[in-house]
Structures are given as structure tokens and as C-alpha cells.
Design a protein around this ligand. Structure first.
Ligand SMILES: [Zn+2]
Length: 329
């Protein structure tokens, strides 16, 4: 079973999350290998996508948000687009579009950032958006401020958190064909509440320096976790090995409905809306040519088939009259 564990460092403004996606991750890979026709991912793509799946789970568990969190990587290279998305109940899905051969030793930049114009976007989409409500999107390049290409997704995301959220974050991510796992350590924002006004500034500066030291120490311990350890060791062993000298306060772990699991939000209704978006002429010409209109989901490999009557009904339901030849078929 996939696991998610949250913890605090007692008395310190630092929190952590550790995730191990097992069945949730292997289900994503299985559907791709068996159902998509595109075949299994080459392993550098698989590992990048696994790290993305672990990362979205960590990031969503770290915020209070009733909606989906999506991480997209877009750029030049054999991978045109990689997406991982998580829902508030930790339902997860992920997919990558591969358009060229992938070298067995391809790094992140070789996969998707050949020209150093690659981008990483994080989108928060509120659930049941009311009209006019915006989704939030932050975009960062796949390179640092000095234009040096990042070769680890964890560095891209730490950079993003620092830039957009002003939060110091340390991430360790790893994936193979059985597990996608991640550790996130984050410094909590300084509140300063409850300090008398006269002492506030000097006190805050002092606290800040001390908290800096605490965070740096814990971040260093977290960074010492090697990827093979993250993949092979269980949660208790990892936390004990890294933080045996720290006082950890364990919070609720993902249980019941909140265990990370594979789930896809595609539906026949959503695909119908997409067909409506194609327009009646385009949809009818595909049906005329192929006898039906079939749309496959890239995430879960579900196939949605619409025969001429189904297609006519979609447009009739939306008040668009289809040409008579289809209506009588
Ligand atoms: Zn689907």
C-alpha cells in the first residue's frame, strides 16, 4: 500500500512529509504498458514521471486546498510534455508524451530541456469552481538564476518554492518501476505574533537566526538521504536514521480514503464536452470517415467510443442541429 506520513520537529518551525507510492505508482505504469498502445515508458521517463507523482503528493499534503494540484513539465527533447496530478483525496494520475527516442542514460535536461527553454508549471484548480473563479498557476524555468540547467526535479521544485512561496524547502525524490518516493522538509513561515511590540524586532531577528540554524541542520540531514535508501527503506527506518537526534511529532498519516491511490478523473461526460468543443462539422466528418469517434484517455487508457447517434445526441443536447443524414442513420 502507498503511504504518506507527516511530521513536525517539536518546538521548531520546520515540518516534513514522507511519501512512498507503491500500488498507486505501479498502476500508472501498468496502464501505460498494457492499455495505451504506446508501450511502457523508457526508464529515464518512468523515473522522472515517478518523481513528479511523488512531488505532487508531497506538495498537496503540505497545503490546505480543496482542488487538484498539477505539475507539468514542457520543453524541447524527446519528452514534449509530462504531467502529474493529484486530487484532495490523493487520487493520482500521470502521463508523458514521448515523440522521439530516449537515450538510456538521459538526464532531466536531455529529456525535456535541450534548448534550456523548458518550463515547469504548477497549477492549483479549485474543486467545483464557481463562475469567474480563477485557477492559480506558477511557472518557473528548468534552470537556476545563472541559467544553469537543473538536472534534478527536486532542485527545480525547491527553486520554485523559494521563488513563488518564499519558503525554504528541501526535497529528495526517487523512483523506479516499483516505487515513487519523496521526502519534503520545509521551513514554516515566521509568525511573530504574541511578541510584545517593543521587543518585536530584535526578538524576531534573534529567533530568525536561531531558526535558520535549525532549518539548515535538518535540511542537511534530509539531503543526506540517498535515492537508493529512499527507495529501499521503510518509513520508520528512514526517519530514525535521519532524525534520531531530533524530536519528531508525528501527525496523522494518510489512512482510509486518504491513502494515495491511482484514480483518473476522465469520464464519458467530459469527453462529450470535448467533442462539443470540436464543433459539429469536425465531429461529423470524423464519424463519416471512420464510422465512429473514439477518444482514448492518456492517463488511464480508457477508450470512449461514440457512434453516429451518440455524436448527434451530443450536439442536439447542446441545441446544435446535426445534418439530417446523420440523424436518420
Ligand atoms: Zn482517464
Amino acid at each position: 500500500m502507498s503511504e504518506l506520513h507527516k511530521f513536525l520537529f517539536e518546538g521548531l518551525p520546520v515540518r516534513g512529509v514522507l511519501v512512498r507510492l507503491t500500488d498507486a505508482w505501479t498502476e500508472i505504469l501498468r496502464r501505460r504498458a498494457c492499455g495505451s498502445g504506446a508501450g511502457a515508458y523508457p526508464w529515464p521517463v518512468q523515473n522522472m514521471l515517478g518523481e513528479m507523482a511523488a512531488a505532487v503528493t508531497l506538495m498537496h499534503s503540505n497545503i490546505k486546498f480543496n482542488g487538484s494540484l498539477m505539475l507539468q513539465i514542457v520543453g524541447a527533447g524527446p519528452v514534449k510534455l509530462a504531467v502529474a496530478e493529484v486530487q484532495p483525496d490523493f487520487g493520482l494520475r500521470a502521463t508523458a508524451t514521448i515523440t522521439d527516442d530516449v537515450a538510456v542514460d538521459a538526464s532531466l535536461s536531455m529529456l525535456v530541456n535541450l534548448d534550456n527553454q523548458g518550463k515547469c508549471a504548477i497549477t492549483l484548480e479549485p474543486k467545483g469552481k464557481f463562475p469567474g473563479q480563477q485557477s492559480y498557476q506558477g511557472v518557473v524555468p528548468l534552470c537556476d538564476d545563472a541559467n544553469q540547467k537543473f538536472e534534478r526535479l527536486s532542485d527545480v521544485l525547491a527553486h520554485y518554492m523559494r521563488q513563488s512561496e518564499q519558503l525554504d524547502t528541501t526535497l529528495v525524490l526517487a523512483a523506479d518501476d516499483k516505487i515513487a518516493a519523496g521526502l519534503l522538509i520545509q521551513r514554516l513561515p515566521q509568525s511573530g505574533l504574541g511578541t510584545p511590540a517593543s521587543r518585536r524586532e530584535s526578538q524576531l531577528n534573534e529567533d530568525e537566526t536561531r531558526n535558520d540554524e535549525h532549518y539548515q541542520r535538518i535540511a542537511m540531514l534530509a539531503s543526506s538521504l540517498r535515492r537508493e535508501e529512499l527507495l529501499a527503506l521503510d518509513v520508520e527506518t528512514i526517519l530514525r536514521r535521519l532524525f534520531w537526534q531530533e524530536k519528531l511529532l508525528r501527525l496523522e498519516s494518510g489512512t482510509g480514503d486518504n491513502v494515495p491511490h491511482f484514480s483518473c478523473t476522465c469520464s464519458r461526460e467530459r469527453v462529450s464536452k470535448m467533442i462539443l468543443g470540436l464543433g459539429v462539422d469536425e465531429a461529423q466528418s470524423i464519424v463519416a470517415e471512420r464510422g465512429s469517434l473514439t477518444v482514448g484517455c492518456d492517463y488511464c487508457s480508457a477508450q470512449y467510443r461514440f457512434d453516429p447517434i451518440d455524436v448527434a445526441q451530443i450536439f442536439r443536447g447542446a441545441g446544435v442541429s446535426p445534418p439530417a443524414r446523420v440523424a436518420v442513420q
